[in-house]
Design a protein. Structure first.
Length: 375
């Protein structure tokens, strides 16, 4: 809609809806170098009224009445959709400043550095295309460090940060003294033995700890059958510790290569639900599904869901070997927006995790759609 500060009537702002929206205020076409003013609001009419109304004398209120010559806006159905659209617009019009403008910072992750001869697992905020495994996002760097410190107690890979050159004269560290590390520093193991242990770590993280739980459960059963009750009690205590650790970990935190999910939000249109697809940590969408039954020729909801979500499916080729590290990493800004929404105390909508085959649970999604619209 064009905007003329000299001739707009007082009722001009009544033409805007009082609904959540993302908007852009563009300057005159002669001012080519000036990007638009971008914003989002829960009440578009009230926000534009404050920004574009005539400025009162001695008022310190921020005004863009002399700047704006055109207004563009889009109604959104949820805060997450508004943040996503605001991110896309800022990235387009402010390519150098958009991260600072949106206060985006890389999310906390766990990194298993496979480039090193003796890989180690540690918390980081740097997401690089270096062939390493990345797990996350976590709610905070402290949470990622805590989880790493706890789960590494069940494995014997190193925790030191130095570049190792195995030498029998190396003094070792407290972890090797406590038999909690294979001690590659003083050649306490071969490279093959160390990489076997790294494979166990990858299996634990990729499998959400299910393999370790299964192994401990079998050990406890064998000890009980052999009447070795003391050993069974120790294994049971370890099993409880692993179970508690896995429960503490967020459902969202997993191998980024296997991070597949659906974010479901209330749509902007009446009786509609908005879908975002998370494919290997990358956000795609949105697409809207209408649940309005008053249509001339309605299609079954499962067919509509299948068609919509197929339009957002991944098109990159699968890796030749399932255990090989991914060749690419998702944009960390997408992970940051996803983590900001998921870990917020006022989260709206639903997150539905998908398995490695990305099978769509149509019945469950339809049930969640009706739940979202009922709120």
């Amino acid at each position: 809609m064009p905007f003329d500060p000299g001739s707009e009537p007082d009722a001009f702002f009544d033409s805007f809806p009082s609904r959540p929206a993302v908007f852009a205020l563009f300057p005159a076409e002669s001012e080519v170098a000036s990007p638009p003013y971008l914003g989002r609001s829960r009440d578009l009419r009230r926000r534009l009224g404050r920004l574009l109304s005539p400025k009162r004398e001695h008022s310190r209120m921020f005004s863009l009445r002399g700047f704006a010559r055109r207004i563009e806006w889009q109604i959104v159905g949820s805060t997450f959709e508004g943040q996503w659209l605001n991110y896309l617009l800022n990235k387009q019009y402010y390519p150098r400043q958009y991260r600072a403008r949106l206060r985006l910072k890389p999310p906390p992750l766990l990194k298993l550095n496979l480039r090193n001869r003796f890989p180690r697992c540690y918390a980081t905020r740097r997401l690089l295309k270096d062939g390493s495994y990345y797990y996350g996002p976590f709610p905070s760097l402290v949470a990622a460090e805590h989880f790493a410190a706890e789960f590494l107690d069940f494995f014997k890979i190193r925790r030191c940060v130095e570049e190792l050159e195995p030498n029998p004269s190396h003094p070792g560290c407290m972890y090797s003294e406590m038999k909690m590390c294979l001690a590659p520093c003083y050649a306490g193991c071969t490279d093959a033995e160390y990489h076997t242990e790294v494979g166990r770590v990858v299996e634990f993280l990729d499998g959400q700890g299910k393999g370790v739980l299964r192994t401990l459960g079998e050990e406890r059963a064998r000890a009980s059958e052999a009447l070795e009750f003391e050993q069974a009690a120790k294994t049971h205590a370890k099993l409880e510790k692993v179970t508690a650790l896995i429960r503490q970990k967020s459902e969202l935190a997993r191998n980024l290569h296997d991070l597949h999910a659906l974010v479901m939000q209330k749509g902007a249109e009446e009786k509609s639900v908005c879908f975002f697809r998370v494919w290997r940590g990358e956000l795609r969408g949105p697409v809207a599904l209408s649940l309005d039954e008053n249509v001339p020729s309605p299609l079954p909801l499962d067919r509509q869901l299948h068609s919509l979500l197929d339009s957002l499916s991944g098109d990159a080729p699968q890796s030749a070997h399932p255990s090989s590290p991914p060749a690419a990493v998702p944009p960390w800004e997408h992970l940051s927006l996803l983590a900001r929404w998921y870990y917020s105390s006022f989260r709206e909508g639903e997150l539905v995790m998908l398995n490695a085959q990305q099978a769509i649970p149509h019945t469950r999604l339809i049930r969640i759609c009706r739940k979202i619209l009922a709120v």
